[in-house]
Design a protein around this ligand. Structure first.
Ligand code: FES
Length: 167
């Protein structure tokens, strides 16, 4: 009588049959470790990089003096600065930011004043308050000429009312 041989090879196993629950869990574990490693790497990089607030530079060029006619008041909207050229030819730079709550004021040529659209403050062409509620005059910024004769304004340097740029 022939005995059955248990070692007789049966049909070949498909590779998917060997993907056990254990393999699946190992794969999930490796994936989780990989994600955690990438996440901690990103956080470490952010922690080590300097936490710098990028602010626009305070010094800027305002062009050649000849581009401002005597008796003119020109608003540089980007810099929020009035470039004033007096009838006598000298220059000064005024902040266009209202000293009340920080709205940007406008030059009213027909009235010869700087007016704030928010709450009605008014300033004369030297930046002095002529109508509130603004509590202080408009700050005056340092002005100079660079090596090429261009006007340079430094908003970090507030100067007195007597400071002008003569060209
Ligand atoms: S912000 Fe200019 S008057 Fe209030």
């Amino acid at each position: 009588m022939a005995q059955s041989d248990d070692r007789t090879p049966g049909p070949a196993k498909h590779p998917a049959d060997s993907f056990t629950r254990r393999h699946f869990l190992e794969l999930i574990g490796a994936g989780a470790i990989g994600i955690a490693a990438v996440g901690s790497g990103v956080l470490s990089t952010e922690y080590l990089s300097p936490n710098v607030v990028k602010e626009p530079p305070t010094r800027f060029k305002a062009g050649m003096p000849e581009s401002y006619p005597p008796g003119s008041v020109t608003l540089d909207k980007e810099q929020k600065v009035f470039i004033v050229r007096a009838k006598e030819g000298y220059f000064y730079a005024l902040s266009a930011t209202c000293t009340h709550l920080g709205c940007i004021a406008n030059w009213k040529a027909e009235e010869g004043i700087v007016a704030c659209p928010c709450h009605g403050s008014k300033f004369d062409r030297e930046g002095n308050v002529i109508a509130g509620p603004a509590p202080r005059p408009l700050p005056r910024y340092a002005m100079s000429l660079d090596d090429h004769g261009q006007i340079v304004i430094d908003k970090a340097l507030v100067v007195g009312e007597e400071a002008t740029l003569k060209v």
